[in-house]
Design a protein around this ligand. Structure first.
Ligand code: ADE
Ligand code: ZN
Length: 317
């Protein structure tokens, strides 16, 4: 291992945008599915565009059947995070998918919470609804999230296909979540446009999942900077899903230089063949972020957390 690798690995980091279900590697799927092969599983992680990625993600969720399956993938993920010196994580659970499959969200949440409590990585959760499932389904997610707000659920998010249902249709859902004490972290401006970022801001978003299309709107860049609203950036994800055509075209450096608060994240590390450490390394190697700048981004990953780190405030911040 090179010295450079060690530097990024050793940096104390937090993960604020990581989907539990997108962290399941093909090897774990083989364990979960009788008579399956690693080749079959790997083949399912191939896709050519964003909607293809969402289909692959949905397929993986279909293999997670019991609370024990969810506990297993949580343990596996947290082992990997601990090995990267990730001290704190806010993990997205696709609660909207769990409910859509008529699985027991309380039983699954209890299983992942217990699994997470065994890890040295401190964890809080963000319950994600699915945009294209619509406001009624999202409200059910928000209601469950509200039920667990004092039990480790820090936020409410919306993932999926942002082009399908406008954020204003979820206005009452966001309002309910906020009133219940949940923080709001929806995906927006990942594949669509800057207006979608404005739309979730209007609904009270405190962090933006991706938000890279903000680069198309100087007024939005100023707004994010002046109001200290961070973008959860996942470079490898954006290339893998085709949200951005090439690494050279990725706006992370321009967003940073415009003064927009940035956090680096892995999003769906198994599905994008990346890790949080890789994302820091990529920011250095391809986008010229200095070590001092990357240390600043690592500090951001703690600074913009919604909760947690009760015991280690002084080392983390
Ligand atoms: N769910 C998991 N990963 C996602 C992404 N990158 N965009 C939207 N929804 C997601
Ligand atoms: Zn995401």
């Amino acid at each position: 291992m090179s010295i450079v690798t060690d530097y990024f690995l050793n940096l104390e980091k937090a993960e604020l945008h990581l989907h539990l279900e997108g962290s399941v590697d093909p090897e774990t799927l083989v364990e979960l599915v009788a008579d399956s092969t690693i080749e079959e599983m790997r083949a399912r992680y191939q896709y050519t565009d964003f909607l293809g990625f969402l289909q692959a993600y949905k397929w993986v969720t279909g293999l997670l059947r019991t609370p024990q399956d969810y506990a297993l993938i949580t343990r596996r993920l947290l082992e990997k995070l601990a090995a990267q010196n990730v001290r704190y994580a806010e993990l997205n659970l696709s609660a909207g998918v769990v409910l859509w499959r008529s699985q027991s969200l309380p039983a699954i949440y209890e299983a992942v919470r217990i699994a997470a409590a065994e890890s040295p990585v401190e964890v809080n959760w963000i319950f994600d609804a699915v945009r294209q499932f619509g406001p009624e389904a999202a409200m059910q997610v928000a209601e469950f999230a509200a039920e667990f707000v004092r039990d480790g659920v820090a936020g409410f998010g919306i993932g999926g296909d942002e082009a399908r249902v406008p954020a204003r249709d979820f206005a009452h859902v966001f309002a309910f979540a906020k009133k219940a004490g949940l923080h709001i972290a929806p995906h927006a401006g990942e594949v669509s446009n800057a207006q979608n970022v404005w739309d979730v801001l209007e609904q009270g978003a405190e962090r933006i999942g991706h938000g890279i299309r903000a680069i198309e709107d100087p007024a939005l860049l100023r707004h994010l900077r002046d109001n200290d609203i961070p973008l959860e950036i996942s470079i490898t994800s954006n290339i893998a899903t085709g949200a951005i055509a090439s690494l050279d075209a990725h706006p992370v450096r321009k967003l940073y230089d415009a003064g927009v608060p940035i956090i680096l994240n892995s999003d769906d590390p198994a599905m994008f063949h990346t890790t949080l450490t890789d994302e820091y390394r990529l920011a250095a190697s391809h986008f010229g972020f200095s070590n001092a700048e990357l240390e600043g981004l690592a500090r951001n990953s703690f600074r913009y957390r919604f909760a947690g780190l009760s015991g280690c405030e002084s080392t983390a911040l």
